[in-house]
Design a binder for this molecule. Structure first.
Ligand SMILES: Nc1ncnc2c1ncn2[C@@H]1O[C@H](COP(=O)(O)OP(=O)(O)OP(=O)(O)O)[C@@H](O)[C@H]1O
Ligand SMILES: [Mg+2]
Length: 279
């Protein structure tokens, strides 16, 4: 198993959250009762550096996607800071916010829902440049990015339904790369894909970290997938980061209950498979 080389800690984070908390208001139980609140994120510290791949794991509902919404500036945190290149994205000026929006891009779980089925791939790839008002040679940029994700230029004239899930995820990654981001946030990027093609997409993400010096935030339920892709992993549970470590250390010496549960889930799947093989 090859892993991304750990990055020296002294390199300044590109994207960082400090003491971040978020609270959601839920529906009232009855008309005159108080409106219950849910602390979805609780004093989170998290950072990614250039050329570094970091993992975020945790059970369903632990707050991973909510943290992604903060890291991309879609939602403003109740408390704490989101910093891009050392500047608070909610306090910096409009020019910094524009740079931040362009520099942090997301890849979602299901490429079929992140690409417009009625749009040719070429048009979908150009769309982020239009919406972010990025100037330059767009045609050349499309070809450069297609090459980075290992797709042929014939893809440009085709529609999403003409592609397999793995190819579509490559297209979704290409779309995220179009504005020239410095950080890619991948929220469960392979969990909707056939197991046989998951490794190809994981290897592509690893290559992008290595070749382009991207920071990668890789989010998943599955600790083994995260271990293959990242050099440092944060474990979330009920809105808190309960443990941070190198993937192998988390496997071999999990400390927090949430980490033990994630490791246990992998082992029980494996022993279940072994049991089936014997049956
Ligand atoms: N807009 C919202 N209003 C109220 N509660 C919300 C809202 N969005 C998310 N939540 C709640 O916040 C918690 C965290 O949800 P989140 O989607 O971040 O978890 P997750 O770790 O991404 O889960 P999964 O692994 O299933 O994707 C959950 O309890 C969820 O029900
Ligand atoms: Mg989620």
């Amino acid at each position: 198993m090859s892993t991304v080389t750990p990055f020296p800690a002294e390199v300044r984070p590109l994207l960082e959250v400090r003491q971040l908390s978020q609270v959601y208001h839920l529906n009232r139980q009855n008309l005159f009762g108080p409106r219950p609140t849910l602390k979805v994120l609780d004093t989170i510290d998290f950072a990614v550096r250039p050329g570094e791949a970091v993992g975020l794991v945790g059970e369903s509902g632990s707050g991973k996607t909510t943290l992604t919404r903060m890291l991309t500036g879609v939602e403003k945190p109740r408390e704490g800071q989101v910093l891009y290149d050392g500047v608070d994205v909610w306090l910096g000026g409009e020019a910094h916010r524009k740079l931040f929006r362009r520099s942090v891009q997301v890849v979602l779980q299901n490429p079929r829902s992140s690409l417009d089925p009625r749009m040719r791939v070429g048009t979908s790839l150009l769309e982020p440049l239009r919406s972010l008002r990025i100037e330059g040679d767009h045609a050349a940029r499309v070809l450069e990015v297609l090459d980075q994700v290992g797709l042929d230029k014939n893809a440009l004239e085709r529609f999403p339904h003409e592609f397999s899930g793995g190819q579509l995820q490559r297209i979704a990654i290409a779309r995220a790369l179009m504005p020239g981001p410095k950080v890619l946030i991948a929220d469960e990027p392979v969990s909707a894909l056939d197991v046989s093609i998951q490794a190809q997409v994981l290897n592509l993400l690893k290559d992008l970290v290595k070749n382009l010096g991207l920071g990668l935030v890789f989010i998943a339920h599955d600790l083994s997938v995260v271990a293959y892709t990242t050099s440092r992993v944060s474990v979330m549970s009920a809105g808190k980061i309960v443990e941070v470590g190198k993937p192998l250390d988390l496997f071999n010496r999990p400390q927090a209950d949430a980490t033990k549960a994630l490791v246990g889930a992998i082992l029980s799947v494996e022993s279940g498979l072994a049991g089936n093989a014997l049956a």
